[in-house]
Design a binder for this molecule. Structure first.
Ligand code: HEM
Length: 489
């Protein structure tokens, strides 16, 4: 059992059933109150009504909701030993051949994290930077065409394709150009796979192991086809790497650029390098699963963050003017950010990204499970208990952020770096602790790169009377968002 605070004995601990929570039906508990498309709002409302440590029931299972800041941090830090992702995530990802860093647990996760993290080094992002610029210019051209029509634009639709193109380029060097060509074959398979993954993780019973519905058969076909497309991509990267390594050993000083051309190359290279330390390298199957994982984890999350940034900047003229003045100065005559090294100069845009992620994180909570019997605050949490870690709720506390509902760049622009560090500790859109999101730098780079180019080129505004809701669909997305763009003269 997790260590108890010195003053607490087992007898003084509360049970999950003793926690406050919403009343439910005798057999089903609160099942019918769980509106999956707005799950985060339901959980946040229960915190509001029953406190930041509360519980609910689905059938016989008690689930815990944690929004009390210190308890929440401890849960996120205490991984992988005491808390893990939902076991259904691991099972479903394994069945689908997508069991990579996100779903791995225990020693398997430690090994994968050690091997994969080097792929996210700044130098690899810098190498990918020119292609990100090209893809960004494509999106500008497309938005410019749409803006000329003078109609409100469904920006999320374009941003989904933008982040697909970016992730495919950064992950395995493939120019899918879904922005101009529409969804390509691989993307169409993902559009089938990702919603089904969520559906299965949340299913109360794994019916598909006994009976395949048409959607399950479509999923099997999509997985098989996606694997057929991605397997040769992995094989090719492996053989490119082998050739470069051979060239390097034959000719000292051969150009290592090709070796780490993409996240995939970097993953393969890191996997091979660590062999020397006795760490088993990633198998082909694991590399493939991680290509799926990166695409899954990096697309919708970033697209929705970008969409929410459009929303806030369009709705806040003062913030928009500030980031535009900065973009004009940093970008100069270039339509997009000229050099990777210039990204840190976009301070106001960085603030806009942090503030957007604080208010509208695409991951407003993290779903975990107790990996062993544990204690959270003064509550005994039996092994296997699902634990919802409400990160956004902490970022909306007035003691962390005054007037928390307001979108305010200034909170992130204090001269005293310490103030900003405190804010970063309170706003955790990328999670925290050993499993913090490894893609956060890439995501923030995309925010700076795209929005600096957009505000430099367009004036943004919201159509009159627009109401934008929040919908939870793997990532939390803006429902009904439309933005007006007017080309600057
Ligand atoms: C704004 C965009 C993004 C947000 C808000 C976001 C958020 C998150 C969150 C909340 C987690 C769980 C962290 C935890 O358990 O403590 C996570 C994990 C992860 N993210 Fe991201 N993410 C974003 C973009 C990306 C990108 C671009 C990539 C890849 C290129 C990525 C790859 C991953 C992976 C592989 C994990 C699993 C890490 C592990 O379990 O060790 N994410 N992300």
């Amino acid at each position: 059992m997790a260590e108890l605070a010195p003053t607490k004995t087992s007898a003084s601990l509360r049970s999950l059933a003793a926690l406050p929570g919403p009343p439910g039906l005798p057999l089903l508990g609160n099942l019918l109150q769980l509106d999956l498309e707005h799950l985060h709002l339901v959980l946040e409302r229960w915190c509001e009504q029953y406190g930041d440590l509360c519980s609910f029931r689905i059938g016989p299972t008690r689930l815990l909701i944690v929004a009390e800041p210190e308890a929440l941090r401890r849960v996120l830090l205490d991984r992988p030993e005491r808390f893990r992702r939902l076991h259904t995530m691991e099972e479903v990802a394994r069945e689908l051949g997508m069991h990579g860093l996100f779903s791995a647990e225990g020693d398997d996760w430690k090994r994968q994290r050690k091997l994969i993290l080097p792929a996210f080094k700044e130098e690899n992002l810098a190498r990918a930077f020119p292609v990100l610029g090209t893809i960004t210019e494509r999106l500008l051209t497309l938005l410019s065409r749409e803006a000329a029509r003078g109609e409100p634009i469904d920006v999320l639709h374009h941003l989904m394709r933008y982040t697909v193109d970016i992730m495919a380029a950064v992950a395995f060097g493939r120019d899918m150009n879904t922005l101009e060509r529409g969804a390509d074959e691989l993307q169409r398979h993902f559009e089938t796979i990702f919603p089904m993954l969520l559906r299965r993780v949340n299913a109360p019973f794994p019916y598909w192991r006994y009976l395949k519905l048409p959607v399950d058969r479509a999923l099997d076909r999509a997985i098989m086809s996606a694997r057929e497309i991605l397997t040769p991509v992995v094989d090719q990267a492996r053989s490119e790497l082998a050739k470069t390594n051979q060239a390097r050993s034959e000719l000292a000083g051969a150009n290592p650029e090709t070796a780490h051309r993409t996240l995939l190359h970097a993953m393969l290279a890191a996997a091979d390098d660590t062999m020397a330390d006795g760490v088993a390298k990633l198998t082909n199957e694991e590399i493939l699963a991680n290509v799926f994982t990166l695409l899954l984890a990096g697309e919708d999350t970033t697209a929705n963050t970008l969409a929410w940034m459009f929303y806030f900047l369009a709705g806040h003229g003062d913030a928009q003017a500030k980031v535009r003045a900065e973009a004009d100065s940093v970008l100069g005559a270039s339509p997009t950010l000229p050099r990777f090294e210039d990204a840190p100069k976009l301070r106001a845009l960085g603030a806009a990204a942090h503030e957007t992620l604080r208010l509208k994180s695409p991951a407003p909570f993290v779903s975990l499970e107790a990996a062993s019997d544990a204690v959270i605050a003064d509550v005994h949490v039996p092994k296997g208990t699902p634990v919802f870690v409400m990160t956004r709720r902490v970022a909306m506390r007035p003691d962390n952020f005054a007037e928390p509902e307001r979108f305010q760049l200034e909170r992130w622009l204090a001269d005293d770096a310490g103030v900003t560090r405190d804010k970063l500790r309170a706003s955790l859109p990328f999670g925290a602790g050993p499993r913090v999101c490894p893609g956060r730098q890439l995501a923030l780079l995309e925010c700076g790169l795209l929005l600096s180019a957009v505000v430099k080129r367009f004036e943004l505004s919201l159509p009159a009377g627009l109401v934008v809701g929040e919908r939870f669909d793997f990532a939390m997305e803006p429902e009904g968002l439309r933005v007006l763009l007017r080309e600057r003269s």
